[in-house]
Design a protein. Structure first.
Length: 261
């Protein structure tokens, strides 16, 4: 007869003593991820380009532009000096821009690549040396189901997230000898402020109801629903925990059946 022992499972998620940086962590997925890591005992530093009264408060909030390499380097150095380590990095900062190929604004395309892709590279570059000091690290890249799908008008976003997905594979192999595990989450549509904004635009531009606008998203996934922010946060926690100690260089599809790897 097996006796229930939930404490054993809880200990696998314990991040006490770990210092975690989450980018784009003011609201949305980033805020949810920061909150989950803090609940698991990590010391969390939330970075973003702005914070206000509506932001999630899960730890120390630091203004940082992921595209500014000098600023990132200086910020990470200060975090290390204050907290003694950098153990976890969640590359969450990202934006979306959609346009048909003949209408693409190259400045907007470049902005997506700068934040979604270059920002991930810059932050990883400057976090890894601190992780190597302890021969331990967890890097979670927030990619997207768009890394694997072909949906019209998603050119910039899909290009950036596909690149992040493949860099995850490369870094997982490159950093394995140093005890640094690199994995990515590839979520489908999440009910974040960014998706809410997209829904509002469709309502205004097409004169459809909110229910129809949401249905247009959910019809694209077999389970016919949007993901919730805590779902992405919980999966991120798993990848930072001992449960994922045997995984590196992998992309995990949490897409309600939209992507099947």
């Amino acid at each position: 007869m097996v006796t229930k022992n939930l404490d054993r499972f809880g200990s696998l998620f314990d991040l006490s003593g770990r210092v975690a940086i989450v980018t784009g962590a003011a609201v949305g997925n980033g805020g949810g991820i920061a909150f989950a890591l803090a609940e698991a005992g990590a010391t969390v530093i939330q970075t973003d380009i702005k914070f206000d009264e509506n932001c999630v408060k899960a730890g120390k909030q630091v203004l940082m532009d992921v595209c500014d390499e000098g600023q990132v380097q200086q910020t990470f150095q200060k975090i290390f000096e204050e907290f003694g380590s950098i153990d976890i990095l969640v590359n969450n900062a990202g934006i979306i821009y959609k346009a048909s190929i003949e209408d693409i604004d190259l400045a907007q395309f470049q902005k997506v690549m700068d934040i979604n892709l270059n920002g991930t590279v810059i932050c990883t570059k400057h976090a890894v040396p601190y992780m190597k000091k302890r021969n331990w690290g967890r890097i979670v890249n927030i990619a997207s189901s768009q890394s694997y799908l072909s949906i019209p008008t998603y050119t910039a976003y899909a290009a950036s997230k596909t690149a992040v997905s493949h860099l995850t594979r490369i870094w997982g192999l490159e950093l394995a000898p140093f005890g640094i595990l690199v994995n990515a989450l590839c979520p489908s549509f999440v009910y974040t402020p960014m998706v809410e904004s997209g829904i509002a635009k469709r309502i205004a531009n097409e004169g459809i109801s909110k229910e129809q606008a949401i249905k247009d998203f959910t019809d694209l996934v077999p389970l016919h629903r949007l993901l919730a922010i805590p779902e992405v946060a919980n999966w991120t926690l798993v990848l930072c925990s001992e449960l994922a100690a045997a995984s590196t260089g992998n992309n995990f599809a949490i897409t309600c059946g939209q992507v099947r790897l």
